[in-house]
Design a protein around this ligand. Structure first.
Ligand code: NDP
Ligand code: MG
Ligand code: MG
Length: 340
C-alpha cells in the first residue's frame, strides 16, 4: 500500500536556513520559486544571461543569477529546465554541488536513464506535482494544494525524505497529499502513460475513428463531432466519477454497444503492442532513441509534428470550433453550445 503524506506530517524546519536554487522559470519553475518564496524559503532563480524569464522573475521580487551562481549559493538545487536541456545545465552546476546538498527534480528521466550522474556526496530527490505549473501556482494562491509524488534516489545525509517533504510543503503539495514512489516507477509509468494512453493512444484512436467514418462517405463535420468533440464530455464524466459515471450517463444502447465492441477494437494485438511499448520504456530503448533524436536536432520529431498539424481533422476542427460559442465564453448558460 502507498503511503500518503499531508501537511501535518511535515516538519518544515528541515528547510530552515536552507537556500533553494530553482533552475528555470517556466511552467514548474515559476510556480516552485514563487510558492517557496511566499512560504518563507530563501529562493534564488537560476537562468542564462540572455533569458527572457529574468525580467518576470525579478518583477515578482525574486533574486536571479546564472545557474552556476545560484547552485553555488544554494543547499537545494531544483532542476526545472526542460528534460532535454537538463544534462547540459547540470554540467554547469556540478562543480558547485557540495557535500550534503540536495539535487531535486520534478521528473525522473535524466536520473533513471543515467543522463545525469550525480556525485555520491549529495542527496537526490524528486517532488513531482501531478499537474501543470500554472495550476501548482494558482492552487497555492487560493490556499489549496496540488497532489504530488515524492521519491528518494540517493540519501547521503539521512534527511533526504524529510527535506523533500518540507519542499513539497513549501510548494503546496502537502496540502493535497504527497504519494511515495521511486524514480524508476515515476519515470516508466509516466512515459508509458503518455505514449500508450494519454497522448499517443488517444490521438491515434481519434484519427483512425475519424478516417473510418470519412472514408465510408460520412461528412467531415459528423466525423469530427463523434470522434473528437464528444471526447471531452466522456472524459469529464470519467474524471468526476470513474467509468461507472460514464456508463450511467450514456444511453443503454451506447453502454451495450461499447461493452460488447470496445474490446474488439482494443484487442489482443493492442495489448501486445502495449507490452512492447512498455518494454522499450523499461529496457531504455525509448530513452536512447529520444536522446539521439535530440542530438541530431530532432529530424523525426520535426517531421511528425508537422504531419500531425497537416491532418485533415485539424483543419475541420478549426473551422467548426470557430462556429460555436464554447463553454465559459457565453454569458447565458443556454448560449454556450448553440450554433451561431
Ligand atoms: P519549461 O519548458 O516550462 O521550462 C522553461 C524554462 O527553462 C524557462 O525558464 C527557460 O528559460 C529555461 N530553459 C529552456 N531552455 C534552456 C536552456 N537551453 N538553458 C537554460 N535554460 C533553459 O519546463 P517545465 O516546467 O515543463 O518542465 C520542468 C521539469 O518539470 C521537467 O523535468 C518536467 O518533466 C517536469 N514536469 C513538468 C510538468 C508540466 O506540466 N510542465 C508536470 C510535472 C513535471 P529561457 O527563458 O532561458 O528559455
Ligand atoms: Mg511526461
Ligand atoms: Mg451517440
Amino acid at each position: 500500500t502507498t503511503e500518503i503524506h499531508y501537511e501535518e506530517d511535515v516538519d518544515e524546519s528541515h528547510l530552515a536556513n536552507s537556500t533553494v536554487a530553482v533552475l528555470g522559470y517556466g511552467s514548474q519553475g515559476h510556480a516552485h520559486a514563487l510558492n517557496l518564496h511566499e512560504s518563507g524559503v530563501d529562493v534564488i532563480v537560476g537562468l542564462r544571461e540572455n533569458s527572457s524569464s529574468r525580467e518576470p522573475a525579478r518583477a515578482e521580487g525574486l533574486e536571479v543569477a546564472t545557474a552556476a551562481e545560484a547552485a553555488k549559493q544554494a543547499d537545494i538545487v531544483s532542476v526545472l529546465v526542460p528534460d532535454t536541456v537538463q544534462p547540459a545545465v547540470y554540467e554547469e552546476i556540478e562543480p558547485h554541488l557540495e557535500e550534503g546538498d540536495t539535487l531535486q527534480f520534478a521528473h525522473g528521466f535524466n536520473i533513471h536513464y543515467n543522463q545525469i550522474r550525480p556525485p555520491e556526496h549529495v542527496d537526490v530527490t524528486m517532488i513531482a506535482p501531478k499537474s501543470p505549473g500554472h495550476l501548482v501556482r494558482r492552487n497555492y494562491e487560493r490556499g489549496e494544494g496540488t497532489p504530488g509524488l515524492l521519491a528518494v534516489y540517493q540519501d547521503t545525509t539521512g534527511d533526504a525524505k524529510e527535506r523533500a517533504l518540507a519542499y513539497a510543503k513549501g510548494i503546496g503539495c502537502a496540502r493535497a497529499g504527497v504519494v511515495e514512489t521511486t524514480f524508476r516507477e515515476e519515470t516508466e509509468t509516466d512515459l508509458f502513460g503518455e505514449q500508450a494512453v494519454l497522448c499517443g493512444g488517444i490521438a491515434e484512436l481519434i484519427k483512425v475513428g475519424y478516417e473510418t467514418l470519412v472514408d465510408a462517405g460520412y461528412s467531415e463535420e459528423m466525423a469530427y463531432f463523434e470522434c473528437m468533440n464528444e471526447m471531452k464530455l466522456i472524459v469529464d464524466l470519467m474524471y468526476e466519477g470513474g467509468l461507472g459515471a460514464m456508463w450511467d450517463s450514456v444511453s443503454d444502447t451506447a453502454e451495450y454497444g461499447g461493452l460488447t465492441r470496445g474490446d474488439e477494437i482494443i484487442d489482443d494485438n493492442v495489448r501486445a503492442n502495449m507490452d512492447e511499448v512498455l518494454e522499450q520504456v523499461q529496457n531504455g530503448e525509448f530513452a536512447t532513441e529520444w536522446v539521439a533524436e535530440n542530438q541530431a536536432n530532432r529530424p523525426v520529431y520535426t517531421q511528425l509534428n508537422q504531419a500531425e498539424k497537416d491532418h485533415e481533422i485539424e483543419e475541420v476542427g478549426e473551422r467548426l470550433r470557430a462556429l460555436f460559442a464554447w463553454e465559459g465564453e457565453g454569458e447565458d448558460e443556454d448560449e454556450k453550445t448553440r450554433v451561431q
